[in-house]
Design a protein around this ligand. Structure first.
Ligand code: CP
Length: 291
């Protein structure tokens, strides 16, 4: 069994191997998975893309998907995460995909044999989002060396920012950060760039959603002020590199992080990211179930 909890645990070669397998799945490769294999998706936080694309990936691979909804499960009676996952392991589920609001919720599952794929933990990690971002960037540029990627927005509360920063640096890309000072972690201070400069000089511009649900506070800025100060406006887009691409993990706050008219513009790969998510998740599931 092979879990995937953070991007940190993957070597450069392992990342490339997952991206290559995702590309092969995208090109129609099938996988003979052997005997019946069962997975369950445990989402304790809201999700559209991650949950639905994991389900799509599981069905494409012919896996048995055991339905689980937190609000109708015995979690409602106070059952712990450990006991929930241990129960699924006992009945024959081999892999669980989990999204949870607690940072590093997976530490309490460390002793189990079942493989855990992290679908997002608190402000911590979102490895499959990172892998689909990497696949989208590689499809565009062929690799990562000598690329500059700007990550802009609510950096402090973003599990996407952390996962991407680690992986892109490992793969040889330069990562710069921009966004409101109140949501800017001190460890990235030496890689701060103004929004205008980061958008004009980067090959990939990754915009992040404001994570209101994680800090409970709103910025001192209105949505319009945020858009003008930190968003991808039409005039900033005009200063992007010709071949520069726009990424966003979504859901998108249209008119805040990005102008509504740019969400599907020629440089945007936002919906391509979602398409790639299915193939990346197929590759991660295969890796988990093959071991
Ligand atoms: N990008 C992402 O994780 O989206 P969901 O919250 O809809 O899964």
């Amino acid at each position: 069994m092979k879990s995937l909890l953070t991007m940190n645990e993957l070597t450069k070669d392992e990342i490339i191997e997952i991206l290559d397998q995702a590309e092969r799945f995208k090109n129609g490769e099938a996988w003979n998975k052997g005997a019946d294999k069962y997975v369950a998706n445990l989402f304790f936080e809201a999700s559209t893309r991650t949950k639905c694309s994991f389900e799509m990936a599981e069905r494409k691979l012919g896996l048995g998907v055991i339905p689980f909804e937190a609000h109708t499960s015995s979690v409602q009676k106070g059952e712990s995460l450990y006991d929930t996952v241990r129960t699924l392991e006992s009945i024959g589920v081999e892999t669980v995909v989990i999204r949870h609001s607690l940072d590093r919720y997976f530490d309490e599952l460390a002793g189990l044999k079942i493989s855990v794929i992290n679908g997002g933990d608190g402000c911590g990690n979102h490895p499959t989002q990172c892998l689909l971002d990497l696949l989208t960037i590689r499809q565009e540029f062929g690799g990562f060396e000598n690329l500059q990627v700007a990550i802009i927005g609510d950096i402090a509360h973003s599990r996407v920012a952390r996962s991407n920063a680690e992986a892109l640096s490992k793969l040889g890309a330069e990562v710069v950060f921009s966004g409101p000072r109140e949501w800017f972690p001190p460890e990235y201070q030496n890689r701060y760039m103004t929004v205008d400069e980061s958008i004009a000089t980067s090959d990939a511009v990754m915009l992040l959603r404001i994570q209101h649900e994680r800090h409970g506070s709103t910025s001192a800025l209105t949505k319009e002020e945020y858009h003008e100060s930190f968003g991808l406006t039409v005039s900033r887009k005009q200063r992007m590199k010709d071949r520069g691409i726009i990424l966003h993990p979504a859901p998108v706050n249209r008119g805040v992080e990005i102008d509504d008219s740019l969400v599907e513009c020629e440089n945007s790969r936002i919906f391509k990211q979602m398409e790639n998510g299915v193939f990346v998740r197929m590759a991660v599931l295969k890796r988990a179930l093959n071991n």
